[in-house]
Design a protein around this ligand. Structure first.
Ligand SMILES: [Zn+2]
Length: 179
């Protein structure tokens, strides 16, 4: 995993870039959940499911199919989320799949089962600038956690911040509706 901060940053940056009229508070909440829900699969370790299994960590919950299903499920509730079906689908799909993409940029663990259920092979992107985050909060508050945050600041926070500025300039929106 990349750290929880980096995963949640993706929907937060979308909200900051697109504004609250496009990304409502409720949609932001669901998208933030969608960005971290793939790591619910760490429970597999407790059940003795092998890491490389489809049900294991970085398995089906990190796949494109899972992200599509999360996007579709959210689109069904678009009205309750004060948004359009299209926005709900796109934001939640991107928030969910960005989790696997960020993980595949880390330098540890197994790769990501992006193409489950068609292919259970694990993939990394060809470039791994992000330090892998320790699993479990206790392990995070160590020197290792700082190293992780430093790499994520450079490779996730800075690009996300630049993307927000570009979106703002592109959409020419006032800076009044930040989270
Ligand atoms: Zn993950």
């Amino acid at each position: 995993m990349a750290s929880i901060f980096s995963h949640v940053l993706i929907p937060v940056a979308a909200r900051m870039g697109l504004g609250s009229s496009t990304v409502s508070n409720r949609l932001l909440l669901i998208a933030a959940l969608a960005s971290i829900i793939p790591d619910a699969d760490v429970i597999a370790f407790a059940y003795g499911i092998p890491y490389g299994d489809a049900l294991g960590h970085r398995g089906f919950t990190h796949s494109i199919t899972f992200a599509l299903l999360c996007g579709l499920a959210t689109a069904v509730f678009a009205e309750q989320l004060n948004t359009s079906k299209k926005t709900a689908f796109i934001l939640v799909f991107i928030s969910t799949i960005s989790h696997g993409l960020l993980d595949s940029l880390t330098n540890g663990g197994l790769g990501i089962a992006f193409f489950w259920p068609l292919d259970n092979a694990r993939y990394f992107l060809p470039w791994h600038p992000i330090e892998v985050s320790p699993i479990g909060i206790r392990n995070f508050f160590t020197a290792r956690g700082l190293t992780v945050l430093r790499s994520e600041f450079v490779w996730v926070f800075v690009p996300a911040f630049v993307s927000v500025i570009i979106l703002r300039v592109f959409l020419n929106r006032p800076q009044t509706d930040q989270t």
